[in-house]
Design a protein around this ligand. Structure first.
Ligand SMILES: [Zn+2]
Length: 346
């Protein structure tokens, strides 16, 4: 039983490899590759053939033939022949898989990471409505306004389908793995997570994935989470509410507040801190009031650092055990939150 299973899996893997090889050869022909390596050739007497000195053995009279249509080479001097991958194996002394990886890198167009993230975010957005588990989770967290879901471009990563989608769009494996969208094994890195794109200067710089199960709640792609969430919208505001999480952000947005931003965690990176200090303003800190006091401790430390930069701060005191999200989910409304803002102490 086990043997059958792994045999099927092996076959499937081979199938994926074969597909990759075919795509690779379409992107980069043998002749183009040889020319990139400065192989000098002239058309042979007949057909789509080219003739030049053999790159695989020393010779003075050309005996290396390339058939451009079949994408094959053959050398009458050393007797070697085959396709592009075979040529790389022989000329660079690499294994089949190493040659494949090498060529993937050679042939990959320089990847614009913002463009890939844009494609990934759009794909995740399209999945949201198809998965009841995702919609149920948003409901639980109090997110129900379609305008909000559209505005924040909230999506869902069911897992196991992004790679197929992006490779069909022509993206190769390596850049997707480098960006962290795929893990070491080549599987989708985000699995059963609600996705929020993080933008800076109008471009997506990261994706935040909130697990809908208990496992590893918060996850970003490797690299910077960027600046403050949706900062461009509030940059001009003289008063800004700063919250920890995007679910806090979302319920406030839904309740009609617009001068909000989010640090995506209690720790602000240097970019985020600079943004808050870039002009005189009042910052309302509305971090979690959690049992261990870590939210309030961070909030206090941040208030001191901001104060040192001449930024006025007010600490919003939610009822014990609450964050803005749970406050609204458990029945709090805009009026009550407004009252908390007005009561906030420096
Ligand atoms: Zn040869």
């Amino acid at each position: 039983m086990l043997a059958t299973f792994s045999y099927v899996r092996l076959q499937r893997q081979n199938c994926v490899v074969r597909e990759d090889v075919e795509k690779l050869k379409q992107r980069l022909s043998l002749l183009d590759y040889l020319r990139q390596q400065n192989w000098v050739a002239r058309p042979a007497a007949h057909g789509p053939e080219f003739l030049g000195l053999c790159p695989l053995h020393p010779e003075t009279r050309p005996s290396f033939y390339v058939n451009a249509r079949k994408n094959f080479f053959y050398c009458h001097g050393c007797g070697q022949g085959g396709d592009l991958i075979r040529f790389v194996q022989l000329s660079r002394h690499l294994s089949f898989r190493e040659s494949l990886a090498y060529l993937e890198q050679q042939s990959a167009p320089p990847t614009d990471s913002a463009a890939v993230l844009e494609q990934a975010a759009t794909f995740y957005q399209q999945q949201l409505d198809r998965y009841a588990e995702a919609l149920r989770y948003l409901q639980q967290r109090g997110l129900r306004d379609p305008a909000l879901i559209k505005e924040l471009r909230i999506g869902y990563a069911p897992g196991g389908s992004l790679r197929r989608h992006l490779t069909a769009l022509g993206y190769s494996f390596n850049p997707l793995q480098r960006l962290g969208l795929l893990n070491q094994k080549g599987h989708d890195a985000f699995y059963r997570r609600v996705i929020f794109p993080c933008c800076q200067g109008g471009r997506i710089v990261n994706l935040y994935g909130r697990s809908i199960t208990a496992a590893f709640a918060h996850r970003f792609l490797p690299g910077s989470k960027g600046g403050l969430y949706a900062w461009e919208q509030v940059q001009q505001c003289p008063e800004v509410i700063l919250v920890e999480g995007v679910f806090d952000y979302a319920v406030l947005w839904q309740a009609g507040f617009r001068h909000i931003t989010c640090s995506l965690g209690t720790h602000l990176n240097a970019d985020q801190f600079r943004q808050l200090c870039d002009r005189p303003r009042t910052v309302y800190l509305s971090f979690d009031v959690d049992a261990n006091g870590s939210g309030q401790q961070s909030s206090q430390q941040l208030a001191q650092r901001l104060c040192a930069q001449g930024i006025a701060t007010r600490r919003v005191l939610l009822p014990d055990g609450h964050d803005p999200n749970s406050f609204f989910v458990q029945g709090g409304d805009a009026g009550q939150f407004q009252a908390l803002l007005e009561a906030a102490q420096p």
